[in-house]
Structure formats: C-alpha cells, structure tokens
Design a protein around this ligand. Structure first.
Ligand code: SF4
Length: 448
C-alpha cells in the first residue's frame, strides 16, 4: 500500500525550509505521495525513513535506469494498465541487433543507419535509442559506445566477455542479457556492478521462479523476457505480467519487459506491425531484426503519441523564432505556443521561403481560439508580449500580422499597440505563403 501525503508529512522534519524545491513540507509530501517528487529531495530525512518511504511509494513496475551521462533512460515505472487511467510513464526503447558474428560491412551499415535515422517532430528528436549487442565483446561495445553515444545497450553473451564489456562501459550502465540457463551465474556480477539484468526463461513460470531467486539474492533492477512461443502467448504473457504487478503487486513480475518481435515472423512488415502493438501493450524495449526508415519513423511517432501525457498539451517555448533568415524589413507574425499550431505555421512559413519573424506567445499550450476564450491570447496579453519580447528592436517597420481567427481583436490590439499596424492574417496556416509574400511586398514598397 502506498502512503498518503499526510502519512509522509508525519515522517518529514517539518522545517519548511524550501530546500526540496517546494514551499512547504506539506506541499512536498503531497508531491511525493503522487509520485511527482523523490523523497531524497529533502536532505533532512533519516536514510531509514527514505528507504521506507521510497519502498512504499515505488510504482508497482520498478523503474530501471540504463545508460549514463547525457544518455540516461528509464524503463518501467508504470502505475496503470491503460493509458486513459492516468498516463504511461517511460516510453519503450526501440532499436536493432548488432552482432559480433556479422560481417564488418554489415556492422558498419547498421551503425551508419543509426546515425542516419533521426527526425525532428514537434521539437522532439526521434531516433532509435537502443542497441542489442549479440555475442558482445569489448572491442565491439567500445566502438558502439563511441559511435552511438546516445544509445542504451543490451549486452548479450557469456559472463567472461560481459565482464570485459562492463570495463569498457565504465559508469555507463548497460542491461546484461545472459546466455540461456546462465542467469544465476550472473546474479553476483549484476549485483556487484550495480547493473540491471534480464531474467529470461522458456515459460512465464520459469521467469517467475528465476525472478524470485534474483530478488532473494538481493538484486533489484531486473528486466523480464517471458520467452513466449507465439504471438498469442506473447500478448497473454504481457497482460499477465502487467496485471499481476499492478493489481496484485506480485513482486517477481513487477519489472519492465524486453521483446523481440522478429522471433515470431520472417516477414518484416508483420514484425513491425507486432512492434506497433507492443508499444501500447507494455514492452519497455523492442528489438527489431533491422532498421528501416519507414518502419522506425512510424514506430517512434506512435511511441511519442502513446507516451505523451494526455493531460499536458505539447508546447513550444515563448519567444521570437526567425524563419528563413529574416532581416529588419521582414514580416512579423504571431501565434500561440500549442506545438501543433507552431509546427503547422512554421512549416508553411518555411515552405513560402519568405524571411519572417514568428512570435510565439505562451498560451499554456492552448490553440488560438481556445487561448483567446481563456483570456490567454487576447489584445492585452499579446500587446504585453510584443512590448517585452524585443521584436521592435529587430525590425524597422511596424506591421504585425495576427491569426485570422483573432480578427475581432484588431481594433483593441491597435489601441494597446498604437505604434503598430495590425494586419489580419489568414484563418488557416495554408494561406500563409501567399499572405506573407504580399505583406513582404507591401513592407518593401513602403521602405522604397
Ligand atoms: Fe520540509 Fe525537507 Fe522540504 Fe525543508 S527540504 S521544506 S524540511 S521537506
């Protein structure tokens, strides 16, 4: 059972010193109870109490961390069966195999694909982020670490080789995947080096039994491979694992899951389809037989959609965004900071090739009309932002284009910004290229 905020408050020193980043101990206790703050943020709590609270407030699926430095990944940490109940916490890592048994050319090709496959989507960098190193040895792991430093690593192989690989990894924590039947021999290694370990078996029963042994041996960070024989069994196993962990707090199954969709088919299209089902159905790592741009992009976009907090809109930062290299005679336009609006508007401006200053006003991620209705994108707030953002120093003209949906505030905005001429832009982003070209001509004509 988790602790309530009041129960946690009873264990805090109640200094109200704010060192944890919260205004009061009570506020901090509530955040810890809600899983939105770590008890360790309070430096005055007795270590035994820290352990007790951390244990009591831990999610039923343990959060397992991989990597190091700038490439730290969290797996698991999930608290619900279905996304609509709250949210899914930590997106699955997606990648492919690089094996010591592959030819040098094939290893080069795969490493180069990792480097090539990356996309910027609503301001978020999407790229494959895990490598399953089969038959791992130190030189291969060293090369992958150097060339793909952002990738988490799953190292599969025998104990001797993996010990050497761990030396190469230094502080970077890979996930160890022991050869079949060797799991117990790895308990000491994983515990001694504080790295997570995959528990695999031929059946879920075998996985439960090994996982319990690992827990008894003092291991905390495990990842499960249920070893399912077919697609149906795989999805049944994944459901059983998640339900047992969430509903009955069954510890041996309270860990993230690694999956290999290629085990179930030779058809890449089917493999990728399976992977797409594994994203919402509880995989924490998905290893594909190979990477292809179309497959990986679609999986990463799906992952982003499923693991976006449905209660938090995607936003971009408030500020001035130069598009197409604007100068002091380039048009100025403004919109809200809802990410989808920003990317639509930005995309149309880029496509128009008209150098433009795009002003993004913080509207708490609300779209234009919703923000206006909520009082976050009205004449007063826009005027305040235009005055303080510094656009007046960047341009010599005073023409400001507002979204067509805000035509009704033109007069009010002109009163708030008497130095500026307010021009009503198109209602749809698709109308921006023609509109901006004409506005640019008008500005140039006036200057000439
Ligand atoms: Fe209270 Fe600890 Fe936060 Fe200080 S750091 S306000 S004592 S919870």
């Amino acid at each position: 059972m988790g602790l309530t905020g009041i129960q946690i408050l009873g264990k805090l020193p109640k200094k109200n010193c704010k060192e944890c980043g919260f205004p009061t101990c009570m506020a901090f206790a509530m955040k810890v109870a809600a899983g939105q703050a770590e008890i360790t943020a309070c430096p005055y709590v007795d270590p035994k109490v820290v352990e007790e609270i951390a244990e009591a407030t831990a999610p039923p699926i343990r959060t397992v961390k991989l990597g190091g430095g700038d490439a730290i990944y969290s797996l698991g940490g999930e608290t619900v069966l279905f996304r609509h109940e709250r949210r899914f916490e930590n997106p699955p890592l997606i990648g492919t195999i690089i094996s010591s048994s592959m030819s040098g050319d094939e290893v080069d090709r795969r490493i180069n694909l990792y480097k090539k496959l990356s996309w910027d989507r609503v301001g978020i960098l999407l790229r494959p982020d895990v490598v399953y190193v089969e038959g791992a040895n130190a030189p291969l792991v060293k090369r992958i670490r150097e060339e793909l430093p952002w990738c988490a690593l799953v190292l599969a192989g025998d104990k001797g080789n993996l010990e050497e690989c761990l030396k190469v990894c230094g502080d970077f924590k890979p996930l160890l995947y022991p050869a079949k039947g060797e799991t117990e021999g790895f308990f000491e290694l994983a515990k001694g080096k504080s790295v997570p370990l995959v528990i695999s078996g031929d059946s879920l029963d075998e996985v439960v039994s090994l996982s319990q042994k690992a827990l008894d041996a003092g291991l905390k960070d495990l990842v499960l491979d249920p070893g399912s024989k077919g697609v149906r069994e795989l999805f049944e196993d994944l459901m059983i694992i998640r339900r047992s962990a969430i509903k009955t707090k069954f510890k041996p199954l309270g860990f993230p899951i690694i999956t290999f969709p290629y085990r179930y088919t030779d058809d890449y299209l089917l493999e990728v389809s399976l992977a797409s089902l594994l994203i919402p159905r509880y995989a924490s790592i998905i290893i594909l037989s190979q990477l292809s741009a179309g497959a990986v992009f679609n999986l990463l976009v799906e992952r982003m959609n499923i693991y976006t907090d449905p209660q938090k809109p995607l936003v971009v930062e408030e500020g001035i965004y130069p598009v197409n290299g604007p100068d002091e005679y380039s048009p100025v336009t403004i919109t809200c900071n809802f990410a989808l609006t920003y990317f639509l508007v930005n995309g149309e401006i880029e496509g128009s090739r008209v150098p433009t200053w795009l002003l993004i006003k913080d509207t708490d991620g609300l779209s234009v009309l919703t923000a206006w209705a909520a009082g976050k994108f009205g004449a007063d707030t826009i005027a305040e932002f235009v005055k303080k953002c510094g656009i007046a120093e960047k341009v010599k003209h005073r023409k400001l284009a507002i979204p067509g949906l805000l035509a009704s505030i033109k007069g009010e905005l002109e009163e708030e910004l008497p130095d500026w001429e307010i021009i009503v832009g198109p209602r749809e982003a698709s109308g921006l290229p023609a509109f901006l070209r004409q506005l640019q001509e008008e500005i140039k004509a006036k200057v000439a």
